[in-house]
Each structure stands twice: as C-alpha cells, then as structure tokens.
Write a protein that binds this ligand. Structure first.
Ligand SMILES: [Zn+2]
Length: 114
C-alpha cells in the first residue's frame, strides 16, 4: 500500500532525529502533504499509529497540512490553483502549465521532549 511506504520513509527520518538528538518523546508530527501526492489522510494516520506503537512516537499527534496544487502558465505567466486535476490555464486556456506545488510530502516539524 502507498501509505505504508510513505510512513515507513517518514519513520526512517524521525528515528534518525530521535537518535541524533536523544529525543525521549515525540508529541506532535506536522506533515506537509500536497494534494497531488494522492494520500488518504485516514489511511496515513492509521499507518502512522501502527508504526508508532512501542516507540517514542507512540501517542504523538499527527497533523497533516494540505498543500493545494498550483500551476504556472508558460504562455501568460498566470499562477493559479488547479482544481479537479485540470491543468489548463483559466486565463488563456493554454495547457502548457508547470506544477508549482502539490507534490509535497515531508515532515514540516516535530514537537519533542529531550
Ligand atoms: Zn495562461
């Protein structure tokens, strides 16, 4: 499952932080998740809890911050929010559009006790 691989990757990063900074408890994990990452928040939270069990992350709150998909039109330069995966420019209808945000998937911050 998509989410399991994601959470596994996140925990590699968290565990590195935990051993480097001698963290005793992680109380909150803030994630930035772009809408284009196609992550189901409920599934992600469920996986997170499974991985956290028995570690210093157990009981931590997972905060998922959504990042909307935005595009930049190559023809007219307009930057706009992409709705329903429609990447055409709303201004000039050009379909040569660069994705400016929406693929994010990273840990924004950790609240910890050392
Ligand atoms: Zn345009």
């Amino acid at each position: 499952m998509h989410e399991t691989a994601i959470v596994s990757g996140l925990f590699e990063i968290i565990n590195r932080q935990v051993s480097e900074h001698r963290i005793r408890k992680v109380s909150r994990v803030r994630l930035k998740v772009g809408d284009f990452a196609a992550v189901e928040p409920m599934t992600l939270t469920g996986c997170f809890e499974v991985f956290a069990e028995g570690t210093v992350v157990e009981g931590a709150e997972l905060v998922i911050q959504r990042v909307p998909i935005t595009g930049g039109c190559r023809a007219c330069g307009l930057e706009f929010e992409v709705k329903n995966y429609d990447f055409r420019c709303p201004d000039c209808a050009n379909s040569t559009v660069d994705m400016l945000s929406g693929k994010e998937l990273y840990i924004d911050s950790l609240d910890v006790e050392t």
